[in-house]
Design a protein around this ligand. Structure first.
Ligand SMILES: Nc1ncnc2c1ncn2[C@@H]1O[C@H](COP(=O)(O)OP(=O)(O)O)[C@@H](O)[C@H]1O
Ligand SMILES: O=c1ccn([C@@H]2O[C@H](COP(=O)(O)OP(=O)(O)O)[C@@H](O)[C@H]2O)c(=O)[nH]1
Length: 282
């Protein structure tokens, strides 16, 4: 109500200025060039008094308006628009895949794609592709966030994911593994509100020492700007401080299945399949 009042009165005080008041302002610049001599300068005390009168009228007008409208609601449409996700009513199923950097999310997702017909969307891959897309206005920004191991503003990542899901959906895909996302609470809430509810989160638990070793190893060939010790330390910190609260959030809803991943790839995969079965996915 307060904000609405400001919008109504604060932005349009002119509605309360009487036209005759405007006309009576002795504006010195309003000088008729047909006059041979400029009119005498207005008396200063007179000028001040009139300016004060205008401000007074404005204040009184605003107060009267505010009082008049104070109990009146803005007219409501008969049909209040309902905010619902782009993919409501279980049109698609989305599994979030989370875990620390280097936990093996991408590796396991790739196996699920081959064997179970999921579409794998890695938020990190989408961001890296956007970063490299010629003409992207977000390229530099994304590069900076990735190197620093921080989370790219959600608007960018969610727009990329939404586009990718829509593209795939139009080709018939309905089962999605959304890998490395959501990494921050705002992303989790926005995605579920605007795109689709997640079925559950597959969370990979892995000791930091194992992840560090894997990332350093990956860094020898990945060409990634963040697979180096400085960036890795920052990524670990972001994971604990910013991403773990997301896992806790979904856990409270009973929507997390955890899998330990400090074992050989195929052993981890066996447990991944068991985890999916426990959630009704075969
Ligand atoms: N279970 C595993 N055992 C050993 N190495 C693994 C395992 N899973 C993944 N890796 C390797 O560790 C690195 C990180 O895996 P990746 O799937 O890219 O992790 P994430 O997507 O979580 O960052 C890759 O080089 C991958 O080959
Ligand atoms: O939703 C996301 C996912 C990824 N990233 C950025 O992309 C980087 C790499 O993420 P990716 O999932 O590719 O790699 P991982 O850290 O899991 O190995 C992260 O550190 C973030 O800087 C992001 O900002 N938002």
């Amino acid at each position: 109500m307060f904000v609405r009042s400001l919008g109504r009165f604060g932005a349009t005080p002119r509605a309360f200025i009487k036209p005759q008041l405007l006309r009576s302002v002795p504006i010195g610049v309003r000088f008729n060039s047909s006059q041979s001599t400029p009119p005498p300068p207005p008396n200063e005390t007179d000028l001040k008094a009139k300016i004060l009168m205008i401000f007074g009228a404005l204040a009184v007008g605003s107060s009267i308006g505010a009082w008049y409208f104070k109990d009146k609601e803005e007219p409501k449409s008969a049909f209040e628009p309902k905010r619902s996700p782009a993919f409501a009513d279980n049109k698609i199923s989305v599994i979030f895949v989370l875990g620390g950097p280097g936990a093996g999310k991408g590796t396991q997702c790739a196996k699920l794609v081959n064997e179970q017909g999921f579409v794998h969307l890695s938020a990190g891959d989408l961001l890296r592709a956007e970063q490299q897309r010629p003409g992207s206005k977000y390229g530099e920004l994304i590069a900076l966030y990735i190197k620093e191991g921080t989370i790219v503003p959600q608007e960018i990542t969610i727009a990329l994911l939404e586009q990718a899901i829509k593209d795939q959906y139009s080709q018939g895909a309905v089962r999605f593994l959304v890998d490395g996302f959501p990494r921050k609470m705002d992303q989790a809430l926005t995605f579920e509100e605007q795109i689709a509810k997640s079925s559950f989160t597959l969370f990979f638990e892995c000791p930091e020492s194992v992840m560090l070793e894997r990332l350093l190893q990956r860094g020898k060939t990945s060409g990634r700007t963040d697979d180096n010790i400085e960036s890795i330390k920052k990524r670990f910190k972001t994971f604990i401080d910013t991403s773990m609260p997301v896992v806790d959030h979904f856990e409270k809803q009973g929507k997390v299945v955890k899998v330990r991943c400090d074992q050989p790839v195929d052993d981890v995969y066996t447990k991944v399949k068991e985890a999916l079965v426990s959630k009704g996915i075969n």
